[in-house]
Design a protein around this ligand. Structure first.
Ligand SMILES: NC(=O)c1ccc[n+]([C@@H]2O[C@H](COP(=O)([O-])OP(=O)(O)OC[C@H]3O[C@@H](n4cnc5c(N)ncnc54)[C@H](O)[C@@H]3O)[C@@H](O)[C@H]2O)c1
Length: 459
């Protein structure tokens, strides 16, 4: 590594032990805590002043991780963790910079790198010779070695692989169990070159207890995360097609999948009313639409695209199942249980609840929503009409969209006009539903009324 003259002043002990974490969200804050607990002085950076204020006052704005509030309080008290909005200044003091700001897709499902590019510009402005920059955000293949490297070099005046180290390591954890995942999932790391990889491996070996998996390049490491997330979307799409097949042939898909999965090469997921969240329904588009421009002649991926269509089509299919039971939904009240994209999390990114609501409204239904994790004001601002108890007698169908703990004992007795309950996530008690005099159905249970036409959506 060539170190330029203005870098010599920064190679102090403080510089070597300081890590800047850029983006202090649901993943960035736990990462900052993890690094600080492993002897690093961590400066967290964010553009949200409230986040900075909360952390510097010794509190965690992220509540999903058990014990994180106490950990932040202790680390801030010890001077091991602080937060700032001055990214360049934090980076100037750090030998390692971990970037974990979101990359999203726009309405047309094209990859939007704007937040990442803006964070990278700030990183470049403070970047010191000899420092390591690692991107952990999920990225389209070629982004670290292409556009992000270019921004870093332009803003710092330094050359990646010569003056500073550049690496990519996907964050594979799930919110709510981050510290456990960090300790167990192998850490996949790729570098721009061999020295970059060594620098990243040496950092992660010191701050994580999990094994490290070394990849050939940053591109390879980026590809890993897209493979694992897209696999799940495609797998669920296959389960959903099996479910529709089961309905058409009056078979029970859950029992069949459970039996098939006793063969060690079969790992079929559960079918359902759709796939939500900021990962599984989003990252396939990083493969489909994510070409960063540096990889010529990228072959079109058809299977991930088809899987997206199938999974997004499950909301409409669920409505067809209900119509097969009670006829047209025009003017009828339907209750959605759960707007969150998955069980017991307060997060609605790409939730199937919106697709269900749209599909129901297309059929003229009046749609009310319930979610114990949101108050009425929050439900309204998310675009849902909050359910009120006095409406219970009007509701003619219920769809369980999120498997929140609270729904395992949901009281159905007030829903005196309700004839059918579609359990989209295996959360309700069939016994209780039937005891309340309602029909209990699931996607792929094969219990389509004999008189109903075979439910195959034509596209
Ligand atoms: N949330 C998950 O379950 C999960 C799991 C695995 C990986 N990831 C990866 O982590 C990334 C971040 O996810 P998250 O859940 O922590 O997001 P988040 O929305 O909770 O937090 C992102 C933080 O980045 C800050 N930010 C945005 N633009 C910035 C900028 N230009 N400079 C500095 N800070 C900026 C925001 O203010 C926010 O505090 C995702 O894009 C994904 O690639 C997330």
């Amino acid at each position: 590594m060539r170190v330029t003259s203005h870098g010599e002043m920064t190679t102090t002990a403080a510089f070597h032990s300081t890590v800047a974490v850029v983006g202090l969200g649901k993943i960035g804050l736990p990462l900052a805590v993890q690094f600080a607990q492993h002897g690093r002085r961590v400066i967290g950076c964010d553009i949200n002043p409230l986040v900075i204020e909360t952390i510097n006052s010794g509190h965690a704005h992220v509540q999903e991780e058990p014990g994180i509030d106490e950990m932040v309080a202790q680390l801030v008290r010890d001077g091991a963790l602080s937060a700032t909005s001055d990214i360049a200044d934090a980076v100037r003091q750090a030998s390692v910079v971990v970037v974990i700001v979101p990359v999203i897709v726009d309405a047309e499902r094209n990859v939007d790198l704007s937040s990442m590019t803006s964070a990278t510009r700030m990183v470049g402005q403070g970047l010191q010779p000899g420092a390591l920059v690692v991107y952990e955000t999920t990225l389209p293949v070629g982004t670290t070695s292409g556009p992000l490297r270019q921004v870093l070099e332009e803003t710092s005046g330094l050359t990646a692989g010569e003056d500073f180290f550049l690496a990519y390591s996907p964050e594979r954890v799930s919110a709510g169990r981050i510290f456990r995942d960090l300790a167990t999932y192998p850490k996949v790391v790729g570098g721009l070159g061999a020295a970059d990889l060594d620098a990243a491996v040496s950092f992660y070996s010191a701050v994580l207890d999990a094994p490290i998996m070394q990849m050939q390049s940053t591109d390879d490491a980026e590809f890993v995360k897209l493979i694992e997330t897209t696999y799940r979307d495609v797998n669920i799409a296959l389960a959903n097609e099996y479910a529709r097949f089961a309905d058409a042939h009056r078979l029970d898909v859950s029992a069949a999948i459970a039996a098939a999965n006793t063969q060690p090469y079969s790992h079929i997921h559960e079918p359902g009313v759709g796939v939500g969240g900021h990962c599984i329904p989003v990252y396939p588009y990083f493969l489909i639409n994510g070409d960063s421009g540096d990889i010529a002649d990228t072959p079109t991926m058809t299977l991930p695209q088809r899987a997206r269509q199938i999974n997004d089509g499950m909301a409409r299919y669920a409505i067809q199942r209900i119509e097969a039971e009670i006829g047209s939904l025009s003017g009828k009240a339907v209750l959605l249980l759960g707007v969150a994209y998955r069980a017991n999390v307060r997060e609605t990114a790409f939730t199937s609840a919106l697709l269900l609501q749209d599909a129901l409204r297309e059929r003229g239904a009046l749609v009310y929503s319930d979610d114990p994790l949101y108050n009425d004001e929050e439900l309204s601002s998310l675009g849902f009409t909050p359910f009120r108890p006095e409406l219970a007698g009007d509701v003619q169908a219920i769809i369980a969209q999120a498997a929140h703990r609270a729904y395992t004992s949901f009281d159905l007795r007030p829903f005196t006009a309700c004839r059918v309950v579609l359990d989209g996530r295996h959360v309700l008690s069939q016994e209780q539903v039937e005891a309340a005099g309602m029909r209990y159905i699931r996607i792929g249970d094969g219990k389509v009324p004999v008189a109903a036409p075979v439910l195959i959506e034509r596209r």
